[in-house]
Design a protein around this ligand. Structure first.
Ligand SMILES: Nc1ncnc2c1ncn2[C@@H]1O[C@H](COP(=O)(O)OP(=O)(O)OP(=O)(O)O)[C@@H](O)[C@H]1O
Ligand SMILES: [Mg+2]
Length: 509
């Protein structure tokens, strides 16, 4: 198969230089969604697969599109890819037989990797290049323990492997697990390559791969529509390949089709910048925005995604497709920005959101409805708002025990279960905790426990029980509240109250 890879010649040369130093570096390639990390890493692995410089071979390891194996989240996929690459060297190659020494599913897989890379490869100074792609997924999960990263680090330190990693964010920023993030592995990446859109000088190579003849006008048109963003370049190419000559009109009609058909590449980029970035792009698309007056952090984020550029101090969308999409779809984002764009706006407008949600819930109980109404009405005054929560919790407990334990008596089925377990927390002879809301919440947890057979509660769900518990806690907080309490606590409490009312109403329907 011929390669469909285009451009990135300078980057590949930079990688070659870093990997061929006498003490070669490990390299981390970072870039947002669609910026071409996977394509670059695959191309790099392809170029090194048959051996290049000192490297015996190279393999591309996809950590993203696979279910994480709890036992071998990293070593398993590495061994699998390495085995494939070594085998592909062919029977005449002295290293290809090493593939047979690997069993990716073995519990011993790390030792196998160690033996091959250290005893066989490092010993003769023929390391293997590992292109580890999609590191975000493994790093964000807590599945890959520190030992996994320490293990990889050890292979690299011994000189048997070199790494080029691909991730959307920097490796060190990704590690969610504190213990794992302290692994020395993350210190071994002295070289960081941040991927950017392709430059105007790279289009010649793109056109050669597409098999088109394009004059300068068509090239400028392609760059104008895509801003050189690789995912958009690839999307544009889908309908242009093979055109000789490639006319400006053809590019323009493919470009506008990306917008009108909401091409996945465009939608992906749009989603990736988040609601704040969307509102910013819409503002930049709509009118003149000066770089100097724009929030620096947000500008850096959009520039990092390759979506805005500066022209004489003014900001422009780097791609016409993104610009048109922002004009069409930016209204929702702009409205959200206008209503919730900063802390003060958020606090003063969130009440309307709570009221919308409230209108979606049909609460038949008058008392419950009234407590909720008052809580929402006072959301801007946390002290008064949280004062409603004791009433809310009490009413909810009354309602649900009226169904589950009529007359505030333990039903016979509960007593039967507890008598079979003499050490149970709820001996029937102690009587029902009437009037003690705290113990009623505890009892509630007990009766919705799905691991008990039979389950004691007939109507109330675990979901409702958890929410009632939470409402009770907010009620307790409301009793001892000073004036410094943040209004957003009341917002969180009100959302929980809404969901409790909804959940309870649905359970008891
Ligand atoms: N240099 C390139 N040559 C050919 N196609 C490319 C190139 N760079 C990117 N593409 C194409 O652009 C699209 C996005 O690229 P790619 O999947 O490599 O991005 P990515 O950075 O890995 O994104 P993600 O973070 O979602 O994994 C793909 O369709 C890919 O084929
Ligand atoms: Mg990728």
């Amino acid at each position: 198969m011929t390669s469909t890879f285009w451009g990135r010649k300078a980057l590949l040369a930079q990688l070659d230089a870093l990997l061929s130093k006498s003490d070669p570096d490990n390299v981390s390639v970072v870039g947002p969604r669609g910026m071409g990390k996977t394509s670059l890493l695959r191309e790099l692995a392809r170029r090194y697969a048959a051996g290049k410089g000192d490297f015996v071979s190279a393999c591309y390891v996809d950590l993203k599109h696979r279910r994480l194996d709890l036992a071998h989240p990293v070593f398993g996929p590495v061994a699998e890819a390495m085995q494939r690459s070594l085998r592909a060297l062919g029977p005449d190659n002295e290293f290809s037989l090493l593939a047979d020494e690997l069993d990716p599913a073995s519990p011993n897989v790390f030792n196998m990797l160690r033996r091959i890379t250290i005893d066989d490869l490092a010993a003769v100074r023929r390391p293997i290049l590992l292109a580890l792609d999609g590191c975000d997924a493994v790093l964000k999960s807590t599945v890959a323990p520190r030992a996994a990263w320490d293990g990889l680090c050890n292979l690299a330190d011994e000189g048997g492997v070199r790494f080029v990693t691909g991730s959307r964010r920097r490796l060190g920023d990704l590690c969610r697990d504190d213990d794992a993030s302290s692994s020395d592995f993350f210190l071994r990446f002295k070289q960081l390559i941040e991927l950017r859109p392709i430059g105007t000088d790279e289009w010649g190579d793109v056109f050669a791969v597409w098999g088109v003849d394009a004059a300068k006008g068509a090239r400028d048109e392609c760059h104008g529509w895509t801003g050189g963003h690789p995912a958009l370049v690839a999307a544009l190419g889908e309908t242009l390949q093979g055109l000789k000559p490639l006319s400006i009109a053809a590019v323009s009609s493919s470009g506008s089709a990306l917008v009108s058909r909401a091409h996945d590449a465009l939608v992906g980029i749009w989603k990736d910048v988040g609601v704040e970035g969307q509102a910013d792009l819409a503002a930049i698309a709509k009118s003149t925005v000066h770089a100097a007056s724009f929030n620096k952090k947000r500008l850096d984020a959009l520039s990092g995604h390759g979506l805005v550029r500066q022209v004489g101090g003014e900001l422009r969308c780097a791609s016409r497709a993104v610009e048109m999409y922002a004009l069409e779809h930016g209204t929702a984002a702009t409205d959200l920005q206008r209503l919730f764009g900063n802390r003060e706006l958020f606090a003063s407008n969130i009440r309307q959101v709570l009221e919308f949600r409230s209108a979606q819930i049909a609460i038949s109980d008058k008392d419950l409805r009234e407590h909720l109404r008052r809580a929402l009405a006072d959301v801007e005054h946390p002290r008064f708002c949280l004062n409603q929560f004791r009433g809310l919790a009490s009413r909810a407990l009354d309602m649900l025990y009226m169904i589950e334990a009529p007359g505030w008596k333990f039903p016979a089925a509960w007593l039967a279960q507890w008598s079979k377990a003499p050490n149970s927390r709820w001996p029937g002879d102690k009587g029902f905790p009437t009037g003690d809301r705290g113990r009623q919440c505890q009892l509630l947890r007990e009766i919705v426990d799905d691991s008990k057979s039979p389950r004691l509660a007939t109507m109330v769900s675990r979901r409702t029980a958890a929410l009632v518990d939470q409402i009770k806690s907010y009620g307790d907080l409301g009793q001892h509240l000073d004036d410094t309490v943040d209004g957003s606590v009341a917002v969180a409490a009100c959302f929980a109250a809404l969901e409790m009312c909804d959940s309870l109403t649905r359970d008891l329907r």
